[in-house]
Design a protein around this ligand. Structure first.
Ligand code: KIV
Length: 278
């Protein structure tokens, strides 16, 4: 197995080797992705809508995120574990000291290697402070799901020149602030190419085309796990839902008809012990 992936390794991959990233929320999935040589395991706040049954990512709390980050840490070895900072745990939602403390908790208590923050130029000074004290930060611009109430939809961002320019400016500010990588969510391919060329650190695209330095998707989406609909940029590699549903139906039918368990799937008591048992 190759060496532990660090934030420095991720930076060095820019222009040399494409970076692979997927979401992970629990120990077995983290172990599977780690063994499959995925570079970055993001414990996304998408845990809210993907596994916790929330409508969006906004209700997710620090404690819920920490719980999942710890589980992912226990399952991973080589991959870089990045913890997503939930809505209101940083930036405008918390004062500077609290924001930094919250970020630090993911490293200190959760065992994460880095944190991810949604936001552009406005959060660049906070990012610089986190980086300064040793908390590696991954940026996230474009479609920012935590701003869904402001955006009104999960549509692509940056299709108009003004918005595209603002995104380029944000990317440069975050690069300057010291992020080690930048997630570009749902922006046009051509704009992603411009940003990728304009900054020193790798861009990790989600629905942002082929010119990014790496790609990230929600693992449940590529495996077809769960009932959530998927955006058009997702490629489905498996329909695990159908496989699981068929297996569960077969189990239920075996139990109902008395086909499970068989004598071999139980424990026997020695005859000598049975004798005299009242
Ligand atoms: O929470 C999440 O899953 C994300 C994406 C970038 C995949 O932020």
């Amino acid at each position: 197995m190759s060496d532990k992936i660090t934030t420095a390794v991720i930076r060095e991959k820019k222009g040399r080797e494409r970076i692979t990233a997927l979401t992970a929320y629990d120990t077995p999935m983290a172990a599977l992705l780690d063994e499959a040589d995925i570079d970055i395991l993001l414990v996304g706040d998408s845990v809210g809508n993907v596994v916790l049954g929330y409508e969006d990512t906004l209700p997710v709390t620090m404690e819920e995120m920490l719980h999942h980050v710890k589980a992912v840490r226990r399952g991973s070895g080589r991959s870089l574990v990045v913890a997503d900072m939930p809505f209101l745990s940083y930036g405008a939602g918390a004062d500077k000291a609290t924001s930094i403390m919250n970020a630090g908790r993911f490293l200190k208590e959760g065992g994460a290697n880095a944190v991810k923050l949604e936001g552009g130029t406005g959060i660049a000074p906070l990012v610089a402070q986190m980086v300064e004290i040793g908390i590696p930060v991954m940026g996230h611009i474009g479609l920012q799901p935590q701003s869904i109430n402001q955006l009104g939809s999960y549509k692509a961002r940056g299709r108009k020149r003004g918005e595209a320019e603002a995104l380029l400016e944000s990317a440069r500010a975050l690069d300057e602030a010291g992020v080690f990588a930048l997630v570009l969510e749902c922006i046009p391919r051509q704009l992603a190419a411009r940003i990728t060329a304009a900054i020193r650190v790798p861009t990790i695209g989600i629905g942002s085309g082929e010119f990014c330095d790496g790609q990230i998707l929600v693992t449940h989406d590529i495996l077809g796990l769960g009932k959530n609909g998927v955006p058009r940029f997702v490629r489905r590699y498996l329909d695990i839902n159908s496989l699981m549903a068929a297996a569960v139906r077969e189990y239920a039918s075996d139990v109902r008809r008395g086909g499970y368990p068989s004598p071999q799937e139980g424990y026997d008591m020695p005859e000598s012990e049975l004798e005299g048992l009242r």
